[in-house]
Design a binder for this molecule. Structure first.
Ligand code: DSN
Length: 431
């Protein structure tokens, strides 16, 4: 008994240590964020322990009256935020959203065109991911390293040649808008369903500061809800399509790939959507201007920041070729030991290279923006990175600098209420 209690407390100790690690580090992973107090509160409600399979008002369980009210309300908030005809907040993650769409819209052997992995494509669109699991015949758009985006002429050629059932756009290294407007006529000529996976940029879309896929030719928009959209780990799908298409997607989600969906994260997502309606425009603007500032500063310090011809980035993310500084793995690990957390990443020129040993690093500024950092702090971050990986200053020195910088920014912004970031649960402090 005592041993088991010790095991349980050990886990709590790990959680505390993890909180402290992120409290004291500079968090630059492009796919992460932290939540507001109200969104956080929703995670610790009874919603988290209940079942509500299916759609509101057509459930298989009793006790869902308030769940139905909450889910209807969430759908309305998402439809308003993304100006979409339909919304479904049930996917428990971005990849589950993608699996449901694939299951609902395609049959084994259907053709799909997707972004290439080395061009920043997501694993769910890969042959070894959800697309492959459905047995689809997939082809990748060529990538243009000059514009750091899908090559428009190459994509047009591929679409006309393959005539896919579904054309998918959206990446995990997503600096510039996908060429939806440019390809709109081609989509119509081919008659394909156009689906945009906006996981990385969906908070910027919500804030009206990136492209607006549902007005540019996409009829389906999917995403996770914890990157530039600063909510819980969850997923969502929005539709601007005909009713039968939407119904197929909803069937793909349930009973296709979901049994129960997670009601506490859905409530948390709804709170975040309301906060994005209030603060999203400013948050998206500040995030993008910080990304540009960090890119310019790193460039001026001699780093090879990709996308120079287009001003490095129009989103929250930048990609840096660090092959001259020991490669992505070495640089990411060195920075981690120095209090700066980011990830190694394949670059478009890395064709054939292993993803464990790429040339690049990926940097996202959505979380540091969320805690109030601005352009001058982007200069400080660039300087810390430069001092660590170019001037080879000691890990202790850089860690001290990172901690000092971080200690000045510990409050979650762009939300209702106040919360000290990284000090989530008061009870953990009092034990
Ligand atoms: N793997 C995540 C990312 O970091 O981009 C997306 O699922």
């Amino acid at each position: 008994m005592k041993g088991n209690l010790e095991s349980a407390l050990k886990i709590r100790d790990m959680a505390r240590r993890h909180n402290r690690l992120f409290k004291e580090s500079i968090p630059l992973i492009a796919s992460e964020n932290i939540m507001s107090p109200l969104a956080m509160e929703m995670l610790l409600t009874d919603f988290g322990f209940r079942y509500a399979e299916g759609l509101p008002h057509q459930r298989y369980y009793q006790g869902n009256e308030i769940v139905d009210e909450m889910e209807d309300y969430t759908i309305d908030l998402l439809r308003k935020l993304f100006r979409s005809k339909y919304a479904d907040p049930r996917p428990v993650s971005g990849t589950v959203a993608n699996m449901g769409i694939i299951y609902g819209l395609t049959k084994v052997g259907d053709k799909i065109t997707v972004p290439d992995l080395s061009g920043g494509g997501h694993i769910s669109a890969a042959k070894f991911g959800a697309v492959g699991m459905r047995g689809l015949d997939s082809s990748s758009y060529p990538y243009d390293e000059d514009t750091m985006s899908v090559d428009v002429d190459g994509a047009r050629k591929l679409l006309l040649e393959k005539r896919p059932k579904v054309a998918l756009f959206g990446q995990s290294v997503f600096m510039f808008p996908a060429p939806l407007k440019e390809l709109r006529d081609t989509f119509q000529e081919v008659g394909c369903r156009v689906w945009y996976d906006g996981a990385h940029v969906i908070g910027l879309i919500a804030g009206g500061r990136f492209q607006d896929p549902l007005r540019e030719g996409a009829e389906i928009l999917s995403g996770s809800t914890h990157k530039t959209f600063p909510g819980p780990q969850h997923g969502m799908v929005m539709g601007e399509c005909e009713e039968p298409v939407w119904k197929s997607i909803q069937k793909g989600l349930f009973p296709g790939v979901l049994s129960n969906h997670h009601l506490n994260t859905m409530a948390s997502l709804a709170v975040t959507a309301a906060e994005m309606l209030e603060f999203g425009e400013k948050y998206a603007s500040d995030t993008i201007s910080n990304a540009k500032a960090l890119a310019e500063e790193l460039h001026s310090l001699g780093f090879r920041v990709l996308g120079e011809k287009r001003g490095f980035t129009e989103s929250h993310v930048l990609a840096v070729d660090v092959s001259g500084q020991g490669g992505g793995k070495h640089v990411a690990e060195r920075l981690e030991k120095s209090g700066i957390i980011l990830n190694k990443n394949l670059l478009p020129s890395d064709k054939g290279k292993k993803s464990q040993d790429p040339s690049g690093i990926r940097i996202g500024v959505q979380e540091v923006t969320r805690i109030g950092m601005g352009k001058s702090e982007m200069k400080e971050i660039a300087s810390l990175i430069h001092r660590s990986v170019v001037r080879n200053e000691s890990e202790e020195k850089i860690t001290a600098g990172a901690r000092e910088l971080k200690s000045r920014f510990d409050e979650v912004r762009y939300c209702f209420g106040k919360l000290k970031a990284y000090e989530y649960i008061e009870i953990m402090k009092s034990q």
